[in-house]
Design a protein around this ligand. Structure first.
Ligand code: ADP
Length: 426
């Protein structure tokens, strides 16, 4: 099997978002957690998104990890590799977008790399090389005060120029509006002048398709989920990927086994979803003070679940209102409380799987990350969406065999999210 598209994402949530976008465009997609082991059993898919945590680490580390991911993807036959960055171009003058791009370009042998973080559908547009977030330039958006990578310059030709050893130029909107061939000609001219990377304007989602078609002539591109969408549509339009219901594969075979939900998010949406779940399944609310005190609270929860799992799904929540959360944080500190409760939820996930749970729904971004790490899940095949941005996931290559998961950030999903998820997870 040869991959039509390989992607290297510089953070986990961005990787999930890209993998979901590709699936919705008709590409059967696996998302891996880190660079997979050599013996990773990759199912028959069109695209793989390797999730790294390389956005804010030292540039040399980001380069090394990204190169390892690229080697793995090329080894699986990936004809094109997208280095997936944030749509707000999160980076500093030290990197990591420029250094990673330079290294991957050296490996790929491309004369020039096409770069665009644009995703007009989510209000990220690029005009004359300037990135707009909604109606304001990047340097006037909330990103100007980002704690790790404050973005104080909206002109991406300049921003990337400070990070890369390459000469950077612009492919402007007038060129994009003339079509893929105009972009190809412009890139060839720029490459002839010694330019090694070009920021490409995009103001409408249709521009992404034009750009995607041109990008597929190359072995490497750099962009956000928007460029992923353009590349995916280009692959389907050219017949390189057969259009179909890409999401169906993950849920075609039922996994059976017990089902459980864990909620560690304290968002308004999750609090409402936990309350709604009380009408559909047994719900146990954990006492955060007792979680902090030791393992007894989790042992109690595991026993509570074991007694009920045979009869149907259960939900266990640490979720609490803002006042209750503030009280716990006041006594133990914000980070210590958050970390301890995440680890307790991971203990719970592990014990539930040992008790036979094969369908697991987790609410909370950090909570989900802790559970996935603990279960040692190396990757997922993406399935249909339960709610916008929240697909069913089929674990791939995990030590627990067949498993379905749903992992959601706090604010995602409608009021009946837990039941909606379990309806799709058979
Ligand atoms: P979200 O996606 O809503 O941000 P996360 O799981 O990412 O959810 O973050 C929720 C954080 O709150 C986690 O660190 C979790 O451990 C912590 N937490 C969960 N329940 C409580 C509670 N009752 N009191 C204090 N912190 C809690």
């Amino acid at each position: 099997m040869s991959l039509a598209l390989g992607c290297i994402a510089d953070d986990y949530t961005g990787a999930s978002d890209l993998a979901n976008t590709l699936t919705r465009c008709g590409l059967r997609t696996v998302q891996t957690i880190g660079v997979p082991a050599a013996d990773f059993a990759l199912p028959e898919v069109d695209a793989v998104v390797v999730s790294l945590k390389s956005r804010s680490i030292a540039a040399a580390d980001a380069v090394e990890k990204s190169r390892a991911a690229e080697r793995w993807l090329r080894g699986r036959g990936a004809a094109h590799v997208l280095f997936k960055i944030c749509s707000t171009f999160d980076s500093t003058d030290a990197g990591n977008i420029g250094p990673v791009m330079d290294a991957l370009q050296d490996d790929s042998g491309d004369a020039i790399v096409l770069v665009t973080p644009a995703f007009p559908g989510t209000a990220r547009t690029v005009y004359q090389g300037n990135l707009f977030v909604g109606s304001v330039p990047l340097n006037e958006s909330p990103l100007k005060d980002h704690p790790l990578n404050p973005m104080r310059d909206a002109n991406l030709v300049r921003v990337l120029g400070r990070q890369s050893s390459s000469r950077i130029a612009l492919v402007d909107l007038a060129t994009v509006a003339r079509g893929s061939d105009a972009i190809r000609e412009r890139l060839a001219t720029l490459a002839g002048e010694g330019v090694r990377a070009a920021i490409v304007d995009a103001v409408f989602d249709a521009d992404l398709e034009t750009i995607g078609r041109a990008a597929l002539d190359h072995r490497l591109s750099v962009g956000a989920s928007g460029l992923g969408l353009g590349l995916a549509r280009g692959l389907v339009a050219s017949g390189r990927v057969r259009a179909g219901d890409a999401a169906a594969g993950s849920v075609q075979r039922e996994v059976g086994g017990a089902a459980a939900c864990l909620a560690g998010s304290c968002s308004q949406a999750t609090l409402g979803q936990v309350a709604a779940a009380e009408r559909a399944m047994p719900v146990l609310r954990l006492d955060p003070e007792r979680i902090m005190a030791g393992p007894a609270e989790i042992d109690h929860a595991v026993n509570w679940a074991r007694e009920r799992l045979a009869a149907g799904p259960v939900l266990i929540a640490s979720s609490a209102t803002a006042d209750q959360v503030a009280a716990v944080q006041g006594r133990h500190g914000r980070e210590a409380a958050g970390h301890a409760i995440e680890q307790a939820m991971a203990d719970l996930a592990e014990a539930l799987v040992q008790a036979g749970v094969r369908r697991l729904v987790v609410a909370g971004g950090e909570t989900s990350g802790a559970a996935v790490d603990r279960l040692g899940l190396p990757g997922f095949l993406l399935g249909p969406e339960i709610a916008p941005g929240v697909p069913v996931l089929r674990a791939v290559g995990g030590r627990h065999g067949d498993m379905l998961l749903a992992l959601k950030s706090g604010n995602f999903g409608g009021p009946a999210f837990f039941s909606d998820a379990l309806d799709l997870m058979r």
